[in-house]
Design a protein around this ligand. Structure first.
Ligand code: FRU
Length: 479
């Protein structure tokens, strides 16, 4: 790869080594969630299985905890439990990506791993950076070994996109179907509508715009991170829309992250069903999915929300944000369900069974997995002085209290009957999976000291402590 790519890797290596002590001493570092070594991270990128390993890349700004020049950080793993940090896979080292290698996806072929991404460029001058001043370049990086980059190529520039789209076009998600390559790109039109551009190609390099997917009525001004996939025979168009009007439980956060069931064929006649959110909590955005070698559809999201106003104390220790756990998706009774991948159960230790009636107090490790079966018509799980999950009158409420909340308040999901609740708690996050993953709620929180937990209601629970995943970082200088 080019000289600048190598030099930038060396620079990232130095900054990671320099920040390592301070970041790793932070009490909010997670045990079983993927995080960056230092600085800022956002969207999951390039998820795939290639040559015997899972690859999880992510938007990584190692030099700044408030975001900034973007790279693709990279973890690989044979089993989703043992992770090896790899050198940054994509660096901003070309004229078409010099202000950040933005989000994108991986396509694993026999001969190579193709990494489709957006090269971000901000021109100097007096621009609104919506209709002028921003270069959104679709590009591909090629790696033969899945670790080092062999080449990069610019595929599409602003002038190649349909004439009615603004400068905001990004986040290519590529897949192969019926012997052809397809790509969806998120876009904002000049008159402020979100849509997904669909491209087709006979090889990874020559792309043609074949159609645009949008809703009959405008649905937000921008669709970020589109994804089009099939699960259990149902086609799904996933998007992270910005600017939708809050309605019912949809749109409780600054931006949204969800999906339209797609009926018919996206290349011919199709119709989009009703939009649903993947997660009704505070912190879940930019989900991306991929197919595991055993056919499972697995998704990860960024456990944060842009422009949410919710802070995080970890910035003071030199890092911010993490990814969600990998979730297995299914189509069931007309909606998507999501549950943590079964591999995570291997991290469970120290099982305790609790039958509760009334109020029962437990101390809980800072990383834990809880399975609850609920009888009766109300239930609560209370982290004293930090957070509470309550189900009553057919509504599940996730409430975070200061000082653990950092601006988070409460989120609600209508669940007429709550039978089961799976709760993954890590040092600074909670993920709730209700009724076998029919509804999901995720949040970061920053509790102090040990977790004291109260179970209220009638039912049975299994509590497990969670071991940390094994994460090996690169030895300084070994890139
Ligand atoms: C979503 C997003 C993407 C973009 C990336 C830049 O969080 O805004 O649309 O590619 O982040 O880091």
């Amino acid at each position: 790869m080019n000289r600048l790519h190598k030099d930038l890797n060396t620079l990232v290596d130095r900054v990671e080594a320099w920040e390592h002590g301070r970041v790793s001493a932070d009490p909010y570092r997670q045990a079983f969630h993927l995080m960056q070594p230092c600085g800022w991270m956002n969207d999951p990128n390039g998820l795939c299985w290639y040559r015997g390993l899972y690859h999880v890349c992510y938007q990584y700004s190692p030099f700044n905890v408030a975001g900034g020049l973007g790279f693709w950080g990279h973890w690989s793993s044979p089993d989703l439990l043992h992770w090896q940090q790899q050198p940054v896979l994509l660096c901003p080292d070309q004229p078409w990506d010099l202000h950040g290698v933005y989000s994108g996806s991986a396509l694993a072929e026999d001969d190579a791993l193709y990494l489709f991404y957006t090269g971000n460029v901000r021109r100097l001058g007096d621009h609104d950076y919506i209709n002028s001043g921003r270069g959104s370049n679709t590009a591909v990086g090629v790696s033969r070994d899945g670790v080092h980059l062999d080449s990069k190529k610019l595929l599409l520039e602003n002038c190649d996109y349909p004439a009615d789209v603004s400068n905001h076009v990004r986040d290519p998600k590529v897949w192969k179907q019926d012997g052809k390559y397809y790509m969806v790109l998120g876009a904002r039109t000049r008159d402020g509508r979100g849509e997904a551009l669909v491209y087709a190609a006979g090889d990874p390099y020559h792309w043609e715009h074949i159609r645009t997917i949008s809703t009959p009525e405008p649905f937000g001004y921008m669709w970020e991170c589109p994804d089009l996939f099939r699960v259990d025979g149902q086609d799904i168009l996933a998007v992270s829309p910005q600017g939708i009007a809050p309605h019912g439980e949809i749109g409780q956060n600054a931006y949204s992250c969800g999906y339209f069931p797609l009926r018919g064929d996206f290349r011919g006649d199709y119709a989009l069903g009703d939009y649903c959110e993947f997660d009704s909590g505070f912190d879940y955005y930019a989900q991306q999915s991929f197919e595991a070698p055993d056919g499972r559809r697995i998704a990860l999201g960024w456990m944060a929300m842009p422009d949410s106003g919710c802070g995080s104390p970890t910035a003071a220790s030199g890092w911010e944000h993490c990814l969600s756990v990998p979730r297995e998706l299914h189509w069931k009774d007309g909606r998507l369900t999501a549950l943590p991948v079964r591999e995570l159960e291997q991290l469970r230790v120290n099982e305790r069974a609790v039958v509760f009636s009334g109020s029962v107090r437990q101390t809980l490790a800072r990383a834990a997995d809880i399975e609850v079966e609920i009888d009766g018509d109300r239930f609560a799980l209370v982290w004293e002085g930090a957070a509470a999950v309550r189900w009553e009158n057919g509504v599940l409420t996730l409430a975070i209290e200061e000082p653990a909340a950092f601006g988070r308040t409460a989120r609600k999901a209508a669940i007429p009957r709550l039978h089961t609740l799976r709760v993954l708690v890590d040092h600074s996050s909670i993920e709730l999976f209700a009724n076998g993953g029919e509804r999901v709620m995720s949040t970061r929180f920053y509790p102090q000291g040990e977790h004291a937990l109260r179970l209220e209601g009638e039912g049975r629970a299994k509590l497990y402590d969670m071991r940390a995943m094994e994460t090996k970082t690169i030895q300084t200088g070994a890139r």
